[in-house]
Design a binder for this molecule. Structure first.
Ligand code: RTP
Ligand code: MG
Length: 137
């Protein structure tokens, strides 16, 4: 089943020079395609829409501060079961709990600074793609 997902390489990944490493892992998966890609610094408005489900939680304010602390790379990836697939490449939210071999497991230690976002369901993907790439049909 071909799908589309919204991926963000978070500001820690960009600062640490891991763009190529992470995109390379996504690119090497068979039959997945990067169909949009952009470096941009996120404002409060976009982050509030994107992470609205977490508003009010204790980690929300520091998360928004972190996510606006430098540029991110936003990508649209298309292909077979790509929503579940990029989540699997990323590993669980806490990088210490993430298995070596996953992006978070290989490069992260701090829960907040966990390198990558990927949509967690078809509904999230549709919602998030509209926020980041509204011109995409
Ligand atoms: P994401 O939305 O960024 O892809 O990450 P996720 O689904 O794995 O995790 P989620 O629960 O949606 O949390 C969003 C992001 O908030 C930060 N976070 N910090 N306890 C904490 O300090 C905490 N919990 C979550 C992480 O950056 C997480 O990716
Ligand atoms: Mg999430």
């Amino acid at each position: 089943m071909s799908q589309r997902t919204l991926v963000l390489l978070k500001p820690d990944a960009v600062r640490r020079g891991l763009i190529g490493e992470i995109i390379g892992r996504i690119e090497r998966k068979a039959d997945w395609t990067i169909s949009a890609l952009e470096l941009r610094t996120l404002g409060q408005d976009v982050l509030e829409q994107h992470y609205g489900e977490h508003k009010g939680k204790p980690f929300y304010e520091p998360l928004v501060a972190f996510m606006s602390s430098g540029p991110v790379v936003a990508l649209v990836v298309e292909g077979e079961r790509v929503i579940e697939g990029v989540r699997a490449l990323a590993g669980p939210t806490d990088p210490i709990a993430a298995a070596p071999g996953s992006i978070r497991g290989d490069f992260g230690t701090i829960v907040r600074e966990n390198l990558i976002h990927a949509s967690d369901s078809e509904e999230s993907a549709e919602r998030e793609l509209k926020i980041f790439f509204p011109s995409l049909v």
